[in-house]
Design a binder for this molecule. Structure first.
Ligand code: NAD
Length: 272
């Protein structure tokens, strides 16, 4: 058993460390990723597929499967097996001929690569419909993300209890980030407020932002922004539906051309 594997599920079943040494708090996801990958050159397309492999591996673990062939894992993840083997080779994982990959160790390797073997502290800014849903989503903790702050500008919302946390006023943003070691900010405000919020979290030292607002955020180079836009995903599905129905236009896959199936993986990064 790998100790880091245990840590992945700790949020759901037991307490996580509430505080870290200052030098540990200062490490951001980006810094860790850059440090770990600096010399290995793992392609971003591979990185984007690792969470998909991880999800498939967790499903195998849940079924008590100890080893898996590249073909089985590739089928479960919706990619071809050659691409899967190539992806995993970037992690130094080649499997064993005739046996395949050891599920538990591969979970550990991918989790380590994605920075999931440690806790990431998250603040959700904008606690409306979406912010509430995100705050109540149990899946973050089991994947190593701990929501440590809910902030909103609306006095009627501030002070409310949501998912066991009290919503704080946005005026406290900088203090919350500093005091709780927030390294990822989730922005779920209206579009008009998003850039201002983003500027503040960046000024407070956050270098990873997950943006749900329908606006392209300007950030310094050192900051990673991932944008989630469900309407774009629906438009992509509409495009494919149209093609299935024999609608206009021949389709040429662009870019990677071998993206895994399933909707959750289709969350696009329009900025990085
Ligand atoms: N990405 C997606 O797929 C998706 C899906 C639904 C909604 N959205 C977007 O997510 C955002 C939130 O949607 P919603 O339905 O929850 O809206 P909402 O109006 O219910 O919630 C927005 C919250 O942000 C708060 N807020 C406004 N200005 C703020 C500020 N400066 N600082 C802190 N909080 C502030 C409001 O008080 C409100 O509670 C919107 O931008 C919406 O367009 C995205």
């Amino acid at each position: 058993m790998y100790s880091q594997r245990l840590n992945l599920g700790a949020g759901a079943s037991g307490p996580r460390p509430q505080s870290r040494a200052p030098e540990e708090q200062a490490v951001t996801p980006r810094q860790t990723r850059n440090r770990d990958r600096a010399d290995r050159g793992i392609p971003e397309a591979t990185v984007a597929r690792l969470p998909v492999y991880l999800r498939a591996l967790h499903a195998l673990q849940d079924r008590g499967v100890a080893t898996v062939s590249s073909e089985e894992l590739a089928a479960a993840a919706g990619v071809n097996s050659a691409k899967l083997r190539k992806d995993l080779s970037h992690l130094g994982s080649y499997g064993t001929r005739g046996v395949g990959y050891e599920v538990e160790y591969l979970v550990y390797q991918i989790s380590r690569e994605l920075g999931l073997t440690q806790d990431w502290v998250v603040a959700i800014i904008g606690v409306g419909n979406l912010g509430r849903a995100l705050a109540g989503y149990g899946g973050f903790a089991s994947r190593g993300f701990r929501v440590a702050g809910l902030l909103d500008a609306d006095e009627a919302i501030v002070g409310q209890e949501i998912a066991g946390m009290t919503v704080e006023h946005i005026d406290r943003l900088e203090d919350v980030i500093a005091d709780r070691g927030v390294s990822i900010a989730v922005i779920a405000t209206p579009a008009a407020a998003a850039q201002g919020v983003c500027d503040r979290v960046v000024a407070a030292g956050v270098t990873s932002v997950l943006n749900f607002a329908p606006v392209v955020l300007s950030v310094p180079d050192r900051v990673d922004v991932r944008k989630v836009d469900l309407s774009i995903e629906l438009q992509i599905l509409a495009f494919h539906e149209q093609r299935k129905a024999g609608g206009p236009g021949d389709y040429e896959p662009v870019g990677d051309g071998d993206r895994p199936s399933g909707t959750a993986q289709y969350v696009e990064a329009v900025e990085l």
